[in-house]
Design a protein around this ligand. Structure first.
Ligand SMILES: [Zn+2]
Ligand SMILES: [Zn+2]
Length: 146
């Protein structure tokens, strides 16, 4: 796992490679997600910015754009919910998969060695080289059943 500084350096490199101007907004959004415990929606990221970086002039549209960019370059991942949209997390976290409650939005993270190994076997059998994967299991959590 890389440190926050490493990841910021990576962001700088990517922005440079793409010939884009470096903006603080992307860095702030990335930092918020790197320091978050759970998974945040765009609105939650926006609210965090307003609390932690009140001096920055970041609007919600900018947050959406920054999230889109960061996901495109693989520094963050999103989890899609039905009507509630998406929640984001930093890719810096160790790999894990998700159980998602479509009723209350609860997210449980898990890692199952057997599932991971099976995926590798399936890929090998099909001559695939896996670069990433994500598994989202949707349903209702214990609290939301009946
Ligand atoms: Zn629930
Ligand atoms: Zn997660």
């Amino acid at each position: 796992m890389s440190t926050n500084e490493d990841t910021i350096e990576e962001l700088k490199k990517i922005v440079k490679q793409k010939g884009l101007k470096y903006t603080e907004q992307r860095e702030i959004v990335l930092k918020i997600l790197m320091n978050a415990d759970g998974h945040l929606s765009a609105e939650e990221v926006y609210n965090e910015i307003k609390t932690k970086h009140p001096e920055s002039n970041v609007g919600i549209a900018t947050v959406y754009r920054a999230l889109g960019f960061l996901e495109e370059v693989n520094l963050i991942t999103s989890i899609t919910f039905g009507a509630d949209g998406k929640k984001y997390e930093s890719n810096q976290k160790e790999h894990h998969d998700h159980l998602i409650c479509t009723s209350c939005g609860k997210i449980v993270e898990f890692l199952d060695d057997e599932i991971e190994k099976r995926q590798d076997r399936i890929a090998k059998k099909n001559k695939f080289k896996i670069t990433s994967h994500s598994m989202q299991l949707y349903g209702t959590c214990g609290d939301c059943q009946d």
